[in-house]
Design a protein around this ligand. Structure first.
Ligand code: XMP
Length: 508
């Protein structure tokens, strides 16, 4: 494990990941751990600082998320919202259920000199809580209030324990970054040397140690994550990083050719290409349930890789471009399992190869930065994310070659038009999905009874949340006309306006 870890203990707060991101932006390595696993983690290794997240529960409820504070004795600690309340509750203060929920912008008053929150350029903070600290524990001083909150922040300098009722990690607390910076550097004395360059050298060292003289099969999809992973492995172990690209027939129009060309032109001349569309279509025959689809595809991928590894006379390792959000979303005990991202939860038990996931602690923008540092070209680094199971998760119902054809054609029109109109900037992902309902239409005096296409384009920072892209109406109308006129098998086009949450970016 890396030294100087800032461990963020997650009590189920909606901003916990944002805390991790903010800490990393300040140059300190940070990971989050659900509160249920915190004790185990803290016994394994001692972090350099701890941040306790917010959370939806009340510390006063029976069975509320908890922490054994003796495990972090002496470790600089910052409690945020629920974290502050838990500190107060467990260390001898008093928390009460407030008559009114405090939500939104507030201003700090009565700020105590030379405290963590002293001397901010802007006293506006973002609150979102029901309970409040009524009395700080002994040894703590209250360092700020708001008009409705008696303890907006407190601290016990001797024990290096700090708490804020508001959220310094959100942009609605304009000086939140300064508070975090003070905590990390002035209180905890961290070095702030977490940079992509250090990540690369650490990771190369780790990969070499783990792999020894063995070969590693790098599963590449042409997407940013697996390309960066492959570049990192190649830098670590040279030609023993065997890059394999499976064309499962579920890619976008002309995508396979583009991937092969980019790889051979840029950094890896020996890309092994496995053409496997037929076997994926056979495996997917009759499969309509989204999770079964993902698992079927995951298993088929592994079969392809293992067969290839056998041909290579043994590749003990399989490297994948799994990212931190995949790890989190694939089911931590506090986050409900939304989908099996095939490169995390969907690997079959019978798989023989050991998995290497060098990027699994990084967010997408960090991966892009690592890619740039490794010298990957912009068109690889800035590519739109594309899911491993490909169009299968954008084709509702059964995946057949003809339904793939329809989706590819509609998708191609949509994305070509986006580029033609110069709208790509600011779009995180854009695609066409095919539904499995049919509706009646009329074309050239004939009745039609076909599937609709849904267009989806979202803005996002890290795929954890997303909003629909606000296209001009005329643009959507134009794309719709082209699709119904040019793509055989489609008689209606819809635009998906739903944000994430409550929807997800992919339809399945
Ligand atoms: P959702 O649909 O969960 O997607 O909002 C979040 C991001 O993850 C991508 N995605 C995947 N990536 N394997 C991947 O490598 C997968 O199985 C997978 N499923 C979704 C999705 O495109 C979006 O960027």
């Amino acid at each position: 494990m890396r030294h100087q870890l800032v461990l963020v203990i997650d009590f189920g707060g909606q901003y916990t990941q944002l805390i991790v991101r903010r800490v990393r932006e300040l140059g300190c390595y940070s990971e989050m751990v659900p509160w249920t696993k915190a004790a185990e983690r803290l016994r394994e290794s001692r972090p350099s600082a701890v941040i306790l997240s917010g959370g939806p529960r009340s510390v006063l409820e029976e069975g509320a998320p908890n922490l054994d504070f003796s495990l972090i004795k002496g470790v600089p600690t910052l409690g945020i919202c629920y974290g502050l309340q838990l500190m107060a509750h467990r260390l001898g203060g008093r928390v009460v259920s407030a008559s009114e929920k405090e939500y939104g912008r507030r201003h700090l008053t009565g700020v105590r000199a030379s405290s963590l929150v002293d001397g901010l350029a802007n006293d506006q903070v973002w609150m979102s809580h029901g309970d409040q600290v009524e009395e700080s524990p002994s040894g703590f001083v209250t360092t700020a209030q708001t008009d409705t909150c008696r303890v907006a922040s407190f601290e016990n300098r001797d024990e290096r324990q700090y708490g804020v009722q508001f959220h310094p990690e959100v942009s609605h607390t304009p000086d939140g970054r300064r508070i975090l910076r003070r905590f990390l550097f002035d209180v905890a004395g961290l070095d702030g040397d977490w940079t992509s360059q250090n990540f690369i050298s650490d990771e190369i060292h780790r990969i070499r140690e783990r792999v020894g003289d063995e070969q590693v099969l790098c599963a590449v999809s042409g997407g940013v994550d697996s390309s960066v992973m492959a570049a990192l492995l190649t830098q670590a172990i040279g030609a023993r990083a065997v890059c394999v690209f499976v064309d499962h027939g579920l890619l976008r129009h002309r995508e396979a050719e583009q991937v092969i060309e980019t790889f051979s032109k840029t950094f890896h001349p020996h890309l092994v290409v496995i053409r496997a569309a037929d076997r994926f279509f056979s495996a997917l025959k009759g499969v309509t349930e989204p999770e079964t689809k993902r698992k079927t595809i995951g298993a088929e991928f592994v079969r392809c890789f293992e067969e290839h590894a056998d041909e290579l006379k043994g590749c003990r390792f399989l490297a994948q471009g799994t990212l931190y959000p995949d790890v989190i979303e694939s089911g931590s005990p506090t986050a409900a399992k939304i989908k099996t991202h095939h490169n995390v939860g969907g690997l079959p038990d019978w798989m023989r190869m050991e998995v290497i996931e060098p990027l699994k602690w990084l967010f997408k923008d960090e991966v892009r930065e690592v890619g740039r540092q490794l010298g990957l070209p912009d068109d690889v680094v800035d590519r739109e994310p594309f899911p491993g199971p490909g169009l299968a998760v954008r084709i509702l119902g059964e995946v057949t070659p003809d339904r793939v054809r329809i989706t590819q054609e509609a998708d191609w029109i949509f994305r070509t038009e986006i580029l033609k109109h110069g709208l790509q900037k600011g779009i995180w992902q854009s695609y066409a999905a095919l539904l499995d309902v049919r509706s009646v239409g009329v074309m050239g005096d004939e009745r039609t009874y076909e599937n609709p296409i849904v267009l989806r384009a979202v803005q996002s920072e890290d795929a954890m949340t997303a909003q629909a892209y606000p296209f001009p109406f005329e643009f959507l109308e134009h794309v719709c006309n082209r699709i119904v006129n040019e793509v055989q098998g489609v008689n209606r086009v819809l635009y998906d306006l739903t944000s994430k949450p409550p929807a997800t970016i992919e339809w399945e």
